[in-house]
Design a protein around this ligand. Structure first.
Ligand SMILES: NC(=O)CC(=O)C(=O)O
Length: 294
């Protein structure tokens, strides 16, 4: 039997617990300051009225989703010149929530990235994930988009321990790559969070399907948070922010309008599903394996 080239077992996860998650499906405008206000208000509502301890924002929540916008709305996070990051840190601390801050265009060393920031309940920056797989597609009669015209891909993957569990982070198109989710599962992620903005061509067919597939393949929770649809925008977001259980059940979802989706995540379900159906022990490392190159 050939030796497996990567560890066959899961990294131990933090203690199972229950977490109330809120996905804020924000309506974005062309006005960045206004978008920051909208996001701040939604985080407050999710924490106070909604009782969430984990709050998630959508992909590119501070700007329109377009290659024209990314360079002009981009902020330098490392240089601490980021009003959006500052607002997120403050909102996480003011409301005492773990915050997966969707994504914003980031500028760094003459490059642009599609970047997600994760903050602790105290407002400390815990992780920064740059979208690894850029969204370059051309579907005639449907949607054509080429993020690589303006953006560069991230070069690392992100698993982060938070008060709301061990989270794997991906951004939108990253969800289409099952190996990434599998690596996150191997590293003990309990929940994979995908800020994302599918569209009216791919969304109806693939959005929920991919979330349920990643959840069932890896027997963990998946949450994907979209912007609301703006009829005036050049890119028509699908909306439908959704939370899925390790059994592939939709725990919460919404249509394309602005709103907040809530769900209870009971992390004990992960262990139950893996005990009941031990696919990670049953996989054939002698026939195939996933290579972790990070
Ligand atoms: N916007 C994306 O990154 C991905 C998307 O819309 C799709 O995969 O479809």
């Amino acid at each position: 039997m050939a030796a497996a080239s990567n560890p066959p077992t899961f990294t131990p996860t933090p203690e199972p617990k229950k977490v109330r998650i809120a996905l804020c499906q924000l309506g974005t405008t062309v006005d960045k300051d206004e978008n920051i206000k909208i996001a701040t208000k939604a985080i407050k509502e999710a924490a106070s009225a909604g009782g969430a301890s984990l709050v998630v924002l959508p992909e590119m929540w501070n700007c329109p989703y377009s290659n024209d916008s990314f360079p002009t709305y981009a902020e330098d996070i490392d240089a601490k010149a980021s009003p959006s990051a500052d607002a997120l840190a403050k909102a996480a601390a003011a409301n005492g929530v773990t915050l997966v801050g969707g994504s914003i265009p980031e500028k760094s060393n003459n490059r642009l990235y599609n970047t997600c920031l994760v903050f602790s309940r105290e407002g400390a920056l815990l992780a920064k994930h740059r979208k690894v797989h850029l969204f370059d597609i051309d579907i005639p009669g449907g949607v054509t988009f080429k993020e690589s015209e303006t953006l560069s891909p991230g070069e690392s993957i992100t698993v982060v321990d938070t008060d709301a569990g061990r989270l794997g982070i991906g951004i939108c198109y990253d969800i289409r790559f099952p190996e990434l989710a599998q690596l996150y599962a191997q590293r003990g992620a309990q929940l994979i969070v995908y800020p994302g903005a599918f569209n009216t061509t791919t969304g109806p067919v693939h959005w929920e399907l991919l979330q349920r597939a990643r959840a069932v393949d890896n027997q963990l929770f998946v949450a994907a948070c979209s912007p609301a649809r703006n009829p005036d925008a050049s890119y028509q977001a699908w909306g439908h922010s959704t939370v899925v259980s390790p059994w592939g059940q939709v725990l919460g979802t919404i249509d394309e309008q602005p709103g907040i989706v809530y769900a209870e995540l009971d992390y004990a379900e992960i262990q139950t599903r893996r005990l009941n159906m031990p696919i990670t022990q049953q996989k054939r490392d002698d026939l195939y394996s996933l290579v972790d190159k990070t």
